[in-house]
Write a protein that binds this ligand. Structure first.
Ligand code: PRP
Ligand code: MN
Ligand code: MG
Length: 184
């Protein structure tokens, strides 16, 4: 599949599975079953987070519920405004709930900063973040990311939800792309 497009496997299927189990155990420790606020509410950020979200939910030894948000950022990558538009909002009210934002990757951190600000105005009981991947730039943002799977170098990566022009999301691992893919 995608013959000749993938330069290297950065994180294998096995590594993703092991890390997901590790993260799930840590999350379940903080949110044990049977809390008065109800089941932990996973909020997945479409579309990149869907693969991680469904695997994480199945790895978690606690009941969870799922909501999704789709957002799109405005402006150039050099802009630090972090203006984000909601394409699809949550279906349910999150007031009084324990909410866990699930992301595939934090790159500049703008999407997450905005999302944290937005969701915190809805008065959840708690708001925390798990991301499978984090790039160096993201450590500069003022958001406490409680659970990080892998800190990766500043390379463009695809697979396991991450796309280049909507392709490669369906790869089961995280890989880097051959330069000819961008060059055309
Ligand atoms: C990607 C990724 C994160 C976000 C991270 O989503 O899935 O949601 O960018 O970038 P940032 O930290 O610089 O804001 P994208 O907007 O490409 O949409 P997608 O998930 O549908 O691919
Ligand atoms: Mn995304
Ligand atoms: Mg994308």
């Amino acid at each position: 599949m995608y013959e000749g497009d993938i330069a290297s496997v950065l994180i294998s299927e096995d590594q993703i599975r092991d890390k997901t189990a590790e993260l799930a155990a840590a999350i379940a420790e903080k949110f044990p079953e049977g809390q008065p606020e109800g089941d932990l509410l996973l909020v997945g950020v479409l579309k990149g987070a869907i693969f991680f979200m469904t695997d994480l939910a199945r790895a978690l030894p606690i009941p969870t519920q799922m909501e999704f948000m789709a957002v799109s950022s405005y402006g150039s990558s050099t802009s630090s405004s972090g203006v984000v538009r909601i394409l699809k909002d949550l279906d349910k009210d999150i007031a009084g709930r324990h909410v866990l934002i699930v992301e595939d990757i934090i790159d500049s951190g703008l999407t997450l900063s905005w999302l944290m600000r937005n969701l915190s105005t809805r008065n959840p009981a708690s708001l925390s973040v798990v991301t499978l991947l984090r790039k160096p730039e993201a450590t500069k943002i003022d958001v406490d990311v409680e659970w990080v799977g892998f800190d990766i170098p500043n390379e463009f990566v695809v697979g396991y939800g991450l796309d280049y022009a909507e392709r490669y999301r369906d790869l089961p691992y995280i890989g880097t792309l051959e330069p000819h893919v961008y060059g055309g």
